[in-house]
Design a protein around this ligand. Structure first.
Ligand SMILES: O=P(O)(O)O[C@@H]1C[C@H](O)[C@@H](CO)O1
Ligand code: HPA
Length: 292
């Protein structure tokens, strides 16, 4: 049932059915009680799974309909365990549009999270920094995005089981969750800023002119993921937090780019991102009317 090669285009209803099958399969394998929080880990951030206590894991290749990630730094393992007392599901690795997948496949993990009835989704990503203060290692909470993919994962007939035809994305990145993380960062003495993510299709890094365009459009960071996942999560009514790790100055603003350097920088950031998650996760997992 799983595919190693890029998939053909799926309708939204087919992706709902696939997510339902995968979620039911995961309930049998990892337990029927819904985890409190789900995370999708970006390039080089896989070592965050070491924070999990009592971990259970399953290879993506075993999960119905999930392809194997084809990019270094994306292991392709799904974990369930306890992080700072919070029952957490972690996708160690994501699918990117540039790998050749359609956006339904890219966002299948998000649909699975919805089918598992997990209310809160934390997206993480490695990014290039455009804003002058964003040096490698900086953590940026996304408060908005520019979808420059030229595609939208919700294109095609809408399936109301997923969400409404015309979802409002004006608050897709939860202000409440961002505020909780900022409070945790303050208590830990960590610097965290906010910014706008511009999503390019990749796999080539942006040109300097594209980075200047993204800056002029209001972007603070650039990347090749996260936005399709956030759109689908917003459509499905999930509470979304997105944390970007700056791994490099965006093209034209620093050194030439390569993925090995991106991985090296994001692996370095695991330590402080991990501290931040350990501190903030109990608050993020608490219902708004019952703060931890
Ligand atoms: O999965 P993320 O967005 O963290 O990965 C970034 C974007 C490309 O896949 C890759 C470029 O180095 O890292
Ligand atoms: O500069 C970048 N551009 C796009 N994606 C990235 N992922 C890490 N750095 C970058």
């Amino acid at each position: 049932m799983s595919a190693a090669s890029p998939s053909l285009s799926l309708t939204m209803s087919q992706s709902y059915d696939q997510a339902r099958v995968a979620a039911d399969w995961l309930c049998e394998r990892l337990g029927h009680r819904a985890p409190q929080v789900a995370m999708i880990l970006g390039s080089g951030l896989g070592d965050l799974t070491a924070l999990l206590g009592d971990p259970l894991k399953v290879a993506y290749s075993e999960i119905p309909y999930l392809p194997r990630p084809g990019v270094a730094g994306h292991a392709g393992t799904l974990w369930r365990g306890v992080l700072a007392g919070v029952d957490t599901l972690i996708f160690q690795g994501r699918f990117h549009y540039y790998e050749g997948h359609d956006l339904a496949t890219v966002t299948l993990p998000v649909r699975i999270v919805r089918c598992l009835e997990i209310p809160t989704l934390i997206l993480t990503a490695a990014v290039g920094g455009i804003r002058d203060d964003l040096r490698p290692g900086a953590l940026v909470l996304l408060h908005d995005h520019l979808n420059l993919l030229g595609e939208n994962p919700l294109r095609g007939p809408n399936d109301e089981r997923h969400g409404p035809r015309f979802p409002d994305l004006s608050a897709v990145y939860s202000a409440r969750l961002r505020q909780l993380v900022r409070a945790s960062a303050d208590e830990l003495g960590l610097t965290v800023t906010e910014g706008v993510y511009a999503c390019f299709p990749g796999p080539s890094y942006e040109t300097p002119a594209e980075v200047r365009m993204a800056r002029a459009l209001g972007a603070d960071v650039v990347g090749m993921s996260t936005v399709p996942e956030a759109i689908v999560a917003g459509h499905a009514g999930l509470d979304v937090l997105a944390i970007a790790v700056v791994t490099n100055a965006a093209a034209g603003l620093g050194e030439p780019l390569n993925h090995d350097d991106v991985l090296e920088e994001s692996r370095k950031a695991v330590a402080h991102l991990g501290r931040l998650l350990i501190h903030s996760l109990p608050r993020l997992a608490s219902p708004p009317d019952n703060p931890a």
